[in-house]
Each structure stands twice: as C-alpha cells, then as structure tokens.
Design a protein around this ligand. Sequence first.
Ligand SMILES: Nc1nc2c(ncn2[C@@H]2O[C@H](COP(=O)(O)OP(=O)(O)OP(=O)(O)O)[C@@H](O)[C@H]2O)c(=O)[nH]1
Ligand SMILES: [Mg+2]
Length: 329
Amino acid sequence: MKEIIKENEFIGRISEVQKNSFTILYKNEELPGKLRGRFYGMDAECIPVVGDYVKFIYNHDGDNMITEVCERKGILKRPDQAKTGVEQYMAANVDYTFIVTALNQNYNYNRIARYVSVALQGNSIPVVILTKADLCSNPGRYVTEVEGISDKVLVHAVSALYEIGMEELKEYMRPDVTICLAGSSGVGKSTLLNAVAGSEVMKTSSIRESDARGRHTTTHRQLYVCDCGTTIIDMPGMREIGMADVGEGIEDTFSDIAELERMCRFSDCRHDKEPGCAIRKAIDDGQLSEERFKLYKSLMTENERNYAKKKQIAKWVKQEKKAGRKKWN
Ligand SMILES: Nc1nc2c(ncn2[C@@H]2O[C@H](COP(=O)(O)OP(=O)(O)OP(=O)(O)O)[C@@H](O)[C@H]2O)c(=O)[nH]1
Ligand SMILES: [Mg+2]
C-alpha cells in the first residue's frame, strides 16, 4: 500500500480505540488520532475499528486527523449484548480468526460454531485454538469434534503455559498476516499472544476456580505487531456471541447442509416428512448428524430474527430523524 498519498497525508493502521480517541500505527510509531467532522452522524460501520487502514493528516503537535477508512478486506461483527439490534464492529482486515477455547468448562460446541460463522462472514479463516490442553486427559477427542463443525475450520490443541503444540502455530506467524484472538474471558488469549510474542505484551490473570470464568483482564481491543511482522489483535473476553447479519457466514460454515437443502424435491421443504427430502435422507443414512442440522437451523433462525429487528430499528431511527423529533410529548 502506498504510504504517502499527498503532502502531509499518510496511511496508517488503527491499533487501539478508546471512545473518540484513536491510536494510529505508522512505521512502528503510535500516533494519537481524531476523526474528521464528517464521520459524525455516519453509520457505526463507517467508523474506524482496530485493524482498519486509515488515511490521516499528520499533525506535528497533537492529534492527527483521520480523513478516510481504506477499503476493508472484511470485518468481524456481532449484535451488541443489550440485544438492541445494534451491531458491534470488532476488528477489520483479519486473515485468521483464532477462536480461543479452553479445554475446561469453557468448551462449547455451539459457541465455536457461532464464532466460525462470524469469522467466515468477516472474510477471515477460522482457526480454533483449544488451549489449556494440559488440563484435559483427551484433547484429541475435542479436536475431532471441532473438525466436525465445518470443513472450513482448522484446529490446534495447545498448552501455552507448558509450550506444547505451539510449534503448529508458527505456520500462521508470517509477515503481512493479521490474526485476531477471540473467545471468552480467561481462556488464555493474552497468554497465547505473550507466548508467540516471546515477552509479556499483555496483562493476564488467573481465572475463578469455582467455574473457570475469567476476570475480563483485557479491557479493550489492542493490535500488536510481533518481531516477525505478524499482526495480532487481542480482544476482551466475550460473554456471548449472537448471530445477526451473518447469514452467509452460517451458510459457509454449514455449506454441506445448505447444499443438501438445495437438493430437496420441494424448494419449501421443511425437512420433516416431505417426500424427496435430501436432509432427512442424509440423516437416515448417517451422513449428517441430527444435532448439527438442528444447530444450523437454530443459528439461521436467530440470525434472521436479529437481522429483521436491526432493520426495523434502523427504519424507525430514519423516520424519527426525518421527522426531526426531539422529544416525545
Ligand atoms: N493450565 C493452563 N493455564 C493457562 C494456559 N493458558 C493460559 N492459562 C491461564 O489462564 C488464565 C487466564 O489467561 P489470560 O491470558 O489472562 O486469558 P484471556 O483470554 O486473555 O482473558 P481476558 O483478558 O479476561 O479475556 C491465566 O491464569 C493463565 O495463566 C494453558 O495453556 N494452561
Ligand atoms: Mg486477555
């Protein structure tokens, strides 16, 4: 990417966002940045997030002015936890989403499938990292189970604490590669980053013994460039990962099921007792598990419900703004 566009305007990468303050990484230097006025009032999707390449005007004495977000390769997003239909944009231009799951009570097949859909929707390759393998008597069983979620998924079991399995991750540690670490609090995302970085870049802390939950040690998204040139985005732990506007990601995750659905005799087949149902046949033949099919259906339904809600809210906001409403009485 060309670095200098015109005099005093450069391209850098957003490494941190704190409310309205941005940190721009430019040639190993972290510069403070603020948004140009025209960003205000724009859709949340247009506001820079960690991982975005941005154009900025250099200011020798203070905040650099961000003038534009460069075209994104993809963006990771999820509905906000308050379920208001608003999307949360998490990280942009991610090549590999490391879906970090600990091999303790944290392990959850359904949740991993959700992350896989979000990663694929964001045009990034889902890599499931099963951490804390030292705490598990049979990590291989989980590797096989995760591989069964989708043929798009890569899986590795590691113990960052005892440096076991970490060699496998070296294949991702290439210059110009961006990795994002996603998962619940306490699964070992920051520990993983520290292990591959070779020093304590991020703070870590112990989990609660009673239920293996983390303490939300990482509080904001942080982009870090390793000595080898690989960029890693550490994220705060997420309590849940909802589905909204990720229909393509879900279809991609379960592409075999989506393909089978297209082979049903009737296009509106409900996969119940209809004749010529390719889904039922695959389940009866043992080629598709009923459980995986149900998971696909439930994620699709949740996605459609949330997406419809988002659209409805967006329409309402537009109407209210047009009407210029300031108060309701
Ligand atoms: N036994 C074991 N413990 C680990 C391993 N990796 C991390 N831990 C421990 O898990 C705890 C939580 O690790 P963190 O790296 O802070 O977890 P995190 O995912 O970054 O958590 P948040 O920042 O809260 O989202 C720490 O006590 C780590 O030492 C591992 O491979 N094995
Ligand atoms: Mg952390």
